[in-house]
Write a protein that binds this ligand. Structure first.
Ligand SMILES: Cc1ncc(C[n+]2csc(CCOP(=O)(O)OP(=O)(O)O)c2C)c(N)n1
Ligand SMILES: [Mg+2]
Length: 801
């Protein structure tokens, strides 16, 4: 247990106490799993996925886990969470029931199913806590291996804190980079690309990551022979093992039921990772799953009798028990006694969790029932209402849906009666009170939310010449790296050559290769590096070389980054900036603009589409003053266009969610963004020559969209709307139209059918003609507007075709 040199030697009594304490945690965890399954089967909870069969290795992990360390794992880790003191019995059951109170259910306030663990990095106001004084778990997600990219970033943060000299060596996130990021994953999930991508990247980066694989030979019903070459993940990863010549991994294997060996293994792993910043992989073999995968099935369907018998014998708790008896740590009777007490304790915790879950709703139920009874007394529909009230009253364990369903149905029966507004108010107030429990914190609700950052215009020396626009970006990044020591940027070709368009030219020489770095071609883990580092107080800018390749990262953006604030009800954040470039250039994979797909996948991340590099630089400056994640898409064909160099580099700020009217006009409002705006401007000039006056609005942000409803204000003057973008038909243009019609009620002011002009449905073809025949051209825009005006005034604007 006790590794020499790490702790003073313990007496046998101390040792015994420690082991017994471990055993107690493990049996409590097991009992939670057993009782948890029953809660689902009897209908009190909806779904259960538990940590039974994986308890003992997690005790060993927890012993090696120190304050400041981070976990990035998956749904089997309840024993670990209990062992580090971050999950009580009552909290375990609160999660199972879906208690929406963040104190009762600190993992996600009921937003995630049980088994998805998290600790709080932020206080109730969204401010960072001192993460070095607590044990940390990044919030789990369900997609298997989705925890891997972020794990890389959590580990890399230690490397940055230890080695970047401008950062203080002791802060809220790190003490000299001594923290380990601990990953856990199931054996079957190592089949995912994200696993291999992360393993390779961590070997390259040499970061303090300890990766545990809980191997129970199955992924639900699918055996290892379908999952892993040679059915052995550590065997096939042997090439990653470091040696005298080459850096790499330390790879260890250990049996999951061997308590003593596990503890030794984890202590050794921790020492290597913490001291040397070398990644370690621990393959924990021979684990079991006594109750099968989840509450949705039974493992008897796919495990044969021999396997089931083996699982009973090698259940890690049974083996730990035998070991304790053999080593005279406890007698069978003492252990039986402990088992009985654990059962009792779990039952009590479960009961308390249930009471805490249902009591508030029961109070609300009583209040509503008495209101309904009052309403019934004077209603013509009294018989029906009384029946509803009675049915509601009889529900012993009500949920909020029961209350609202009854109230909303009754409201329809009392239209025009004296109590209509009483019930309507009750419903409105109740929804206003309850809805945030399910819908708050999609974005930051702290003082640093993007809306708190005010616009600062760029200032200019009037005599200054215009320069290539990429220089505006570069000099602004220079100012950023000087102003904010915690910023760093990384991407393919971002380091030595200063990105493919030279927006970072010279930055690596000036700020070093840890802050301005080249990375491998692996977009998902570039994103993950960013997420993990942002969760530990750094301000990473993750660069995706081209917008078309964001697809490799979109899953992680969507599942992990976009949901982080939401799934922790504001208790974790990752203010990551994602920088990319796109829209128009050449060919199928260098001129895509799949904005509809992106904005629909990443609600929870701001999506910003600056039309030039000064606007883009201003967005970076704004984002660094805020605590929210965002994607900034620079115009790929804009780097060599001329822009004036601002004087207040690093200081001017483009506001988020605010449009800019770049041309005033009176006949029609054209809404667009990004590269297409230049074509809209050209077409508008030509239209002006025949007397058609176009107002052009640059949305600047797609998410959030026009928070001041400027477009509606414009429609009040022009009464006509055309949305132009270069996504597929029904892509981002459909979103823009929905916002203008649904959210802004823009249809009130329209005299013509609102229209969209988008690209062809196929990918954009190569070459100038390919672009012309794939994406909206200035002529397309001209003719679309002209046709709309022809409909209004055919005499003045006779048909073109
Ligand atoms: C991307 C993705 N695909 C499928 C699933 C459904 N699923 C949940 S767990 C699981 C099996 C995982 O097995 P393993 O990694 O061995 O972990 P274990 O449950 O055995 O501990 C599957 C297929 C999922 N959650 N995510
Ligand atoms: Mg498995």
């Amino acid at each position: 247990m006790i590794v020499e040199g790490t702790k003073p030697a313990l007496t046998f009594e101390d040792f015994k106490t420690e082991v017994l304490n471990d055993y107690k945690i493990a049996i409590i965890s097991r009992e939670c799993s057993l009782l948890g399954r029953r809660e689902v089967l009897t209908g009190k909870a909806k779904f259960g996925i538990f940590g039974d069969g994986k308890e003992v290795p997690q005790l060993a992990l927890a012993k090696a886990f120190q304050n400041g360390d981070f976990r990035s794992g998956y749904y089997r880790d309840q024993t670990f969470m209990m062992a580090i003191g971050e999950l009580s019995i009552q909290q375990f059951f609160a999660g199972l029931y879906g208690n929406t109170d963040i104190i009762a259910e600190p993992m996600s306030a009921g937003r995630q199913m049980g088994g998805h663990f998290a600790t709080h990095s932020l206080d109730e106001n969204g401010n960072w806590k001192d993460l070095t004084q607590q044990k940390n778990s990044s919030a789990d997600i369900s997609p298997t291996a989705g925890q891997m990219p972020r794990l890389l970033g959590l580990a890399q943060a230690s490397k940055i804190y230890r080695n970047v000299s401008v950062l203080s060596k002791k802060n809220k996130f790190s003490e000299n980079g001594n923290e380990i990021a601990w990953g856990t994953i199931g054996n079957a999930s190592t089949s995912e690309g994200l696993f291999f991508e992360t393993i390779n990247a961590a070997g390259v980066l040499q970061v303090p990551m300890v990766m545990s694989i809980w191997d129970d030979e199955y992924g639900i019903s699918v055996h290892a022979k379908h999952q892993t070459t040679k059915e052995n993940i550590s065997e096939i990863l042997k090439g990653f093992q470091r040696d005298e010549q080459n850096k790499g991994y330390e790879i260890m294997t250990v049996l999951g039921w061997d308590y003593a060996a596990l503890i030794g293994t984890y202590q050794r792993a921790a020492q290597i990772a913490r001291d040397e910043h070398v990644p370690v992989l621990i393959h924990v073999k021979e684990l079991t799953q006594p109750q099968g995968h989840s509450t949705s099935g039974s493992h008897e369907r796919y495990k044969n009798a021999a396997r089931l018998a083996w699982e009973t014998e090698f259940d890690c708790l049974a083996q730990m028990r035998l070991w304790m008896i053999a080593n005279t740590i406890a007698t069978p009777e003492e252990l039986d006694e402990m088992d009985t007490l654990a059962k009792k304790e779990v039952l009590e915790g479960k009961k308390a969790a249930w009471t805490a879950f249902v009591d508030p709703v029961k109070k609300e139920q009583n209040e509503l029932v008495s209101l309904l009874e009052t309403i019934a007394a004077t209603s013509v529909n009294r018989v029906f209402i009384q029946k509803y009230a009675q049915d509601l009253k009889e529900i012993k364990e009500p949920i909020r849906k029961d209350l609202l369903t009854s109230a909303r149905k009754i409201l329809r029966m009392i239209i025009g009666e004296k109590d209509q507004s009483l019930l309507a108010n009750w419903i409105t107030n109740y929804i206003n009170k309850i809805q945030p429990k399910f819908s708050s914190h999609l974005f930051s609700e702290s003082n640093e939310a993007v809306y708190s950052v005010k616009e600062v215009l760029p200032t200019y020396d009037n005599a200054a010449d215009e320069v290539d626009a990429r220089l505006v970006l570069r000099d602004n990044f220079d100012a950023i790296f000087t102003k904010y020591p915690e910023t760093l940027i990384f991407g393919e070709d971002a380091g030595t050559i200063g990105d493919v368009n030279q927006g970072l030219e010279g930055m690596q020489e000036k700020y070093g290769d840890l802050r301005v770095s080249d990375v491998g071609i692996r977009e998902a883990t570039i994103l993950g590096q960013g997420i993990g580092m942002a969760m530990r107080g750094l301000r990473p800018i993750a660069e995706i070389q081209y917008l078309d390749y964001l697809l490799y990262a979109i899953q992680i953006m969507s599942d992990d980054l976009a949901t982080l604030q939401y799934r922790t009800k504001g208790r974790q954040k990752a203010p990551l900036i994602i920088r990319t470039r796109g829209h128009r250039l050449e060919g199928v994979w260098h001129s895509g603009s799949p904005m509809g797909m992106i904005i629909n996948a990443v609600r929870g991340i701001h999506v910003l589409v600056p039309r030039n590099m000064t606007k883009a630089a201003g967005f970076y400056n704004t984002l660094l003053e805020s605590d929210e994640p965002a994607l900034v898409i620079e115009c790929l064909n804009g780097y060599r266009l001329k822009e004036k160099m601002p004087l207040n580099l690093g200081g001017f700020k483009t506001p988020i969610g605010i449009t800019e009217t770049i041309r005033k006009g009176s006949d029609i409002t054209i809404v667009s963004y990004g590269s297409t705006l230049r074509l809209v401007e050209q077409a508008s000039k030509e239209l002006q020559e025949i007397g058609i006056s176009c107002e052009i609005i640059d949305t600047q942000s797609l998410l959030p969209f026009d928070i001041n409803h400027d477009i509606k204000k414009s429609l009040m003057e022009t009464n006509r709307l055309l949305v132009v973008d270069e996504d597929v038909p029904g892509g981002a243009s459909a979103f823009i139209l929905q916002q203008i019609l649904d959210v802004q009620n823009g249809y009130d002011y329209l005299d013509s059918k609102p229209q969209t002009l988008a690209s062809k449905a196929h990918r954009p073809a190569y070459g100038t003609d390919g672009d012309y025949f794939s994406k909206p051209s200035a002529e397309d825009i001209y003719e679309k507007v002209y046709a709309m005006m022809n409909e209004v005034n055919p005499t003045e604007y006779p048909s073109l075709y």
